[in-house]
Design a protein around this ligand. Structure first.
Ligand code: GDP
Ligand code: IMO
Ligand code: MG
Length: 434
């Protein structure tokens, strides 16, 4: 067994929740390391659907410990709501969840600050989830943020939180955003929330390192995807945290020497929510078909996801900056009806062909995708769990993605349920998830 990172290899919503849920039984701890309730990880178990935002998907496995690491920004009220939903579904959240005392907290005024850039004329909107994620991480980097340890400090919290919220409101007013907030009411609400989560708060870096010393295995659950990573993504159309593999270490206090493998999740096509360049976007009827068949609507905001074709330069880049050991190709069933499937195999920028990822969104916006067409299979792959049963054209499609990307396709997902998965033997994937 090993310590494994599962992360999004595209722009998010690749099916990380499903994969983490599938593999969670083989690990002792499932750990989130970045992001906040901008994430929406959907898990379908029979008729029951769970959309987890902050709490790692491993919580749905009795006896497993779910850990929220120091790298997250936590809205305590959103967390309580999620805990309430899980408790109502019979999950022993108090017994299974541990929350880092070093994680940052989000205040309602972070959402107000976000309006300065997102809702103001003359600014390029990123198309964020409006959860205050960016301003929360800004405060962290600006060394004025508040952490869970501050929230549960009954004496310290009211004064520092009041000052920070007043600063936020002053800044917002200067930019013409006049929203009002009842600061004492927020403090009271947050202190009530603090008492509810207090028993689950601890030094999670210590918990995780002790767990490893005792022979336990960790599964790290990425949120967002590599192209939304603050450093490596399509800046500035990114989120404000490190969704790449490196984030798993800084966001948990688990050293890089303890990581045994990194698995990237990628759809058999690609989607993006929010603004920013998207070279292989399908703006025609086939894009609509993917959206409808794939139910590509944001699990947090309900926004229609932009849909397009598998992007090889993007996956190659994801593989380089994350050191992917294996790739999981999800939602192949969504392509079942197509006679022909385009794959973006290279970019053309100002007439020059490249497979490199440009560093600016302006160059990426200029990309003319170079497509290679693959034969579709026009039969159902839904629920297939054996490679040999996949239609030959689907096998050829996956083989092509593997060959073009230079990363093995160790697992293929053919539906949202746990058993709708092909786990290929004799792969690095099989080795890492044994
Ligand atoms: P995440 O953010 O990466 O966890 O992904 P989301 O949950 O936001 O979006 C993925 C969606 O696709 C969810 O609704 C899943 O239930 C669904 N899903 C995952 N894998 C498959 C698959 O192989 N086929 C189909 N049809 N749906 C899938
Ligand atoms: P999961 O974990 C898809 C996108 C937003 C926006 C940009 C910045 O479910 O894959 P933010 O609110 O984070 O400041 O928004 O990032 N975004 C996501 N897109 N899946 C997600 O999470 C996302 N989390 C943020 O749409 O473009
Ligand atoms: Mg999602």
């Amino acid at each position: 067994m090993s310590n494994l990172i599962i992360l999004g290899a595209q722009w998010g919503d690749e099916g990380k929740g499903k994969l983490v849920d599938l593999l969670a039984d083989r690990f002792d701890y499932v750990v989130r390391y970045q992001g906040g309730h901008n994430a929406g990880h959907t898990i379908l178990i029979g008729e029951r659907k769970f959309v987890l935002r902050l709490i790692p998907s491993g919580i749905l496995h009795p006896g497993k410990t779910a850990v929220i690491g120091n790298g997250l920004v936590i809205d305590p009220l959103a967390l309580l709501e999620e805990i309430g939903q899980l408790n109502a579904a019979g999950v022993d959240v108090a017994g299974q969840l541990r929350i880092s005392n070093r994680a940052q907290i989000l205040l309602p005024t972070h959402r107000i600050v976000e309006k300065i850039s997102e809702a103001r004329q003359g600014r390029v909107p990123i198309g964020t989830t409006s959860r205050g994620i960016g301003p929360g991480y800004e405060d962290k980097a600006g060394r004025r943020g508040l952490r869970i340890a501050d929230l549960i400090d009954r004496e310290y919290f009211p004064e520092v939180a009041t000052a920070l919220m007043e600063d936020h409101l002053t800044r917002a007013r200067a930019f013409g955003v006049e929203d009002l907030v009842d600061i004492p009411a927020v403090i009271a609400q947050y202190q009530e929330a603090a008492e509810k989560i207090r028993p689950m708060v601890c030094d999670t870096a210590r918990v995780l390192n002790e767990a490893m010393s005792n022979g336990h295995n960790l599964l790290f659950e990425g949120a967002q995807g590599i192209m939304l990573d603050l450093d490596h993504g399509t800046y500035p159309f990114v989120t404000s945290s490190s969704s790449s593999a490196g984030g798993a270490c800084t966001g948990t206090g688990v050293p890089p020497t303890k990581i045994d493998g990194i698995i990237g999740i990628s759809k058999a096509y690609i989607t993006r929510v929010g603004g920013g360049p998207f070279p292989s976007e399908a703006l025609d009827a086939r894009g609509d078909m993917i959206r409808n068949r794939g139910q590509e609507f944001g699990s947090v905001t309900g926004r229609p996801r932009r849909c397009g074709w598998f992007d090889v330069p993007l996956i190659r880049y994801a593989s380089v900056v994350n050191g992917l050991d294996s790739m999981v190709v999800t939602k192949i069933d969504v392509l079942d009806e197509l006679a022909e499937i385009p794959v973006c195999v290279a970019y053309k920028i100002d007439g020059v062909e490249t497979t490199e990822m440009p560093s600016t969104y302006r160059e990426l916006a200029k990309v003319v995708p170079v497509y290679e067409n693959f034969a579709g299979w026009q039969s159902s792959t839904k629920g297939i769990s054996d490679w040999a049963k996949l239609p030959e054209a689907a096998q050829r499609y996956v083989d092509a993605l593997e060959r073009l990307s230079g990363v093995e396709a160790g697992c293929i997902s053919t539906g949202p349920e746990r058993n709708e998965t092909i786990q290929r033997p004799n792969t690095r994937f099989a080795e890492l998830t044994r």
